[in-house]
Design a protein around this ligand. Structure first.
Ligand code: NAP
Ligand code: GDP
Length: 321
């Protein structure tokens, strides 16, 4: 099968590309031009010779048409996005263009070229904002109430996906993914910032970890598990909208405690807070209920929160030595 991945050089794109190669598929991907060409393929360098890559950008309709024509995919995974919530407050217009309108560009290009191409849209738990059911969980029917430009852009894409499914009978599936991490996560996201900085402290390279809000809670899973869920969702007979989550929530403080405990670091000595890392509006708690996905596909997460953080710490110990 020919599969096209937008955002192939991102955290999830790189793991998904590895999974698809293992399964024997032809993997195509869109990368963005960067003045340092190494950065264009930094997470996929080890498999680059097995991939077909095209320059493109979700905000550039013509480049999406070209990539679709060249790759002739049966499935497109739309993983490209300006994916950082805090940065979406600093670049709200670009975030709407890339993360929201970018999906519309892709859906429209597929409709024009070949509406039989199946589309996966990487939707986000950020669409829920501070909305939850009485028991604290978010489910597929929990009302959306996003509180960031990123969440709003993702909601636009989510609704567009449903609209293309209903209007044109296209196979468009929304995976509503909760936070997921790995050593390949950007180091300006919480988990990898904590792991990298804590290892630097343990090696005497820096003195303090400086964070924003310590009390928010997230449902953190591993990216490797979540790309398996993406693939499983696209094997179903019908398109759908489904939550992918572990169902377990931890606080920012829990992340710090686990990583500092592992490296025997003292929180009072090495942890500080600074309001510059806080957001204008914040989601207090995310915890996803993913029985729909589990019942439909048999998927379940295999890597625990603690195993994931340990893997990330080990990665940085090796990398920074
Ligand atoms: P990521 O590491 O930030 O990767 C995003 C990828 O998109 C990067 O390869 C980036 O290119 C590319 N990209 C950004 N803007 C683009 C544009 N305008 N045109 C084309 N490509 C563009 O994100 P991730 O963690 O892998 O997440 C994958 C997807 O899942 C994203 O859509 C994200 O919003 C969504 N999601 C993620 C999570 C999570 O916790 N990780 C949760 C829910 C949903 P460069 O390589 O050039 O930077
Ligand atoms: P998000 O849930 O998609 O925004 O993922 P992040 O990893 O960026 O943030 C997770 C949580 O950690 C949010 O509630 C942030 O406000 C909180 N947080 C606290 N300090 C920091 C920090 O220094 N950087 C980041 N990225 N998040 C932080």
């Amino acid at each position: 099968m020919n599969v096209l991945i937008t955002g192939i050089n991102g955290q999830d794109g790189s793991y998904l590309a590895e999974l698809l190669l293992e399964l024997g598929h032809n993997v195509h991907g869109i990368v963005r031009r960067n003045s340092q060409s190494e950065n264009q393929t930094s997470r996929i360098e080890h498999i680059r010779h097995q991939l077909n890559l095209y320059y493109g950008d979700l905000t550039d309709f013509a480049s999406i048409i070209t990539a679709l024509k060249k790759s002739e995919p049966q499935i497109v995974f739309n993983l490209a996005a300006q994916s950082h919530v805090k940065i979406s407050f600093e670049q709200p217009v670009y975030t709407m263009q890339a993360t929201g309108l970018g999906f519309l560009n892709l859906a429209e290009a597929v409709r024009i070229i070949n509406p039989a191409i199946k589309i996966f849209q990487a939707s986000s738990s950020e669409m829920f904002g501070n909305s939850s059911d009485g028991d604290g969980f978010q489910r597929e029917l929990t009302p959306f109430a996003p509180v960031s430009p990123y969440g709003i852009a993702k909601l636009m894409a989510y609704q567009t996906a449903i609209n293309y499914r209903d209007s044109y009978n296209m196979f468009v599936t929304n995976g509503i993914f909760f936070n997921h991490e790995s050593p390949r996560r950007g180091t300006n996201f919480l988990t990898n910032k904590v792991c990298k900085t804590a290892v630097e402290i343990s090696q005497g390279k820096t003195d303090a970890l400086v964070l924003g809000n310590m009390h928010t809670r997230r449902d953190w899973g591993h990216s490797k598990d979540y790309v398996k869920a993406m693939w499983a969702l696209m094997q179903l007979e019908k398109p759908t909208d489904a939550i992918c989550a572990t169902g377990i929530t931890h606080s920012v403080g829990d992340v710090v405690d686990h990583v500092f405990g592992r490296l025997k670091l003292n929180r009072t000595q090495h942890l500080r807070t600074d309001r510059k890392f806080e957001r204008p509006t914040e989601i207090l708690s995310l915890c996803g209920e993913s029985s729909k996905l589990r019942n439909l596909t048999g998927w379940k997460p295999e890597i625990s929160f603690e195993q994931m953080l340990d893997e990330m710490v080990d990665y940085w110990i090796k990398e920074l030595n």
